[in-house]
Structure formats: C-alpha cells, structure tokens
Design a protein around this ligand. Structure first.
Ligand SMILES: Cc1cc2nc3c(=O)[nH]c(=O)nc-3n(C[C@H](O)[C@H](O)[C@H](O)COP(=O)(O)O)c2cc1C
Length: 184
C-alpha cells in the first residue's frame, strides 16, 4: 500500500508528526510511506492555477497525492480550526475541480493538541474540507488530548489511542482494498 502523510505542523518535534508516525507503524507490512512537504506551496490563487503552468511545488504535491493509495492527515488545532498551511495544501490538491488528486482517496484523519479537546474542531474541519474536495475520509477520526504529557514525557501512547489508531488504519486498509476491487 502506498500512503502519503500530510502533517499540519511544520515543527520538527511536532506531536502530530509523532501521532502520524504511530499510525504509520500500524500499516500492513511492506507499505510504502512518504511525507508530503507542503511548506513551499504558494498561497492558493486561481491566477496561479493554470493547467500546464502551475508552480513546481503544486505539481509535486498533486503528483505525490495522486500516486498514493491512501492519505493520513495529522492536524493540530490552531485557534479552533485547521492550520492555514494544511488547508492551503488541501485547496491546491482539490483542483482541477472534480479531477483533483484527492478525489476518491481514502483518508484517515488524526489530531493531537495540548488541550483535552484533542483537536476535535480541526479534525472536523479536515473531514469537511477533504469531503468537499472529493476525498473519502474515514468516519471516525482519532484525537489525542494533552499530547504534551505523552510526547513531552514517556512517548508511550495510551492503550485506547493505540487501539483507535489500529481500528482507523484497518478501516483505511479496507477502503483501499475496496477501491482496488472496484477499479479491477
Ligand atoms: C497558533 C496556535 C494556536 C493554537 N490554538 C489551539 C487551539 O485552538 N486548540 C488547542 O487545543 N490547542 C491550540 N494550540 C496548541 C497546540 O495544541 C499545541 O501547540 C500543539 O502541540 C501543536 O501541535 P504540534 O505539536 O503538532 O506542533 C495552538 C498553538 C498555536 C501555535
């Protein structure tokens, strides 16, 4: 299975990056995983989005997502919502309208925050934006609250988080198998 991760935090020590890695560790053996770096994308503008003439960073983003069987999105919550950089990447990947690289793509959304609310608004925003872009987000997202207590300390995830990640990855794998069956 070819999977790409989109991590909404650019911090090297990001809790969300570590939560995404915990999900990746549960993927089926032999899976190929790459992280999509969206930090050099320009802000979305329809004036830059001209077929055949889009910036190289945009072409790369779209190709990497298009080539993947599935996507794992890990989002922090910034001021009650999705971080701007991640939303910008979703907006670029959503076009051309109806033919964007996210169309039909199974996506697992996870989110870590320092508050106990576990980035629930950002996870909700991600599911909504991905769905509008034509992706197929897994119904259940996975949140980790007070993430500094885990990643600033033992780095051992609570059992219930590991079980939720296992269930989420299992749904993602099943969605990829289903998509492959329909394509065959
Ligand atoms: C600009 C900014 C806004 C934030 N807003 C929220 C918020 O609305 N809710 C929340 O739970 N945490 C918020 N936080 C704290 C983040 O949960 C915390 O910094 C988290 O570790 C960020 O994820 P990361 O470790 O992957 O970078 C905010 C942090 C920043 C820098």
């Amino acid at each position: 299975m070819n999977v790409v991760t989109l991590v909404g935090s650019l911090r090297a020590d990001s809790h969300n990056r570590q939560l995404a890695q915990a999900a990746v560790a549960l993927l089926p053996a032999g899976s190929h995983v790459a992280n999509v770096d969206f930090s050099t994308l320009p802000f979305y503008s329809e004036e830059l989005d001209i077929e055949g003439q889009t910036p190289t960073s945009v072409q790369k983003l779209r190709q990497e997502i298009a080539a993947a069987d599935a996507v794992i999105v890990a989002t922090p919550e910034y001021n009650g919502g999705l971080p701007g950089g991640l939303k910008n990447a979703i907006d670029w990947a959503s076009r051309p309208y109806g033919r964007g690289s996210l169309v039909g793509k199974p996506v697992l959304v996870v989110g870590a925050s320092m508050s106990p609310h576990a980035a629930k608004w950002a996870r909700g925003d991600a599911v909504r934006a991905l769905g509008v872009a034509g992706a197929k987000p897994i119904d259940d997202t996975i949140g980790l609250g007070t993430s500094h207590e885990v990643f600033g300390g033992s780095k051992v995830l609570p059992d219930e988080t590991i079980e939720a990640l296992r269930a989420g990855v299992s749904c993602l794998t099943a969605a990829v198998a289903e998509a492959n069956l329909q394509a065959a």
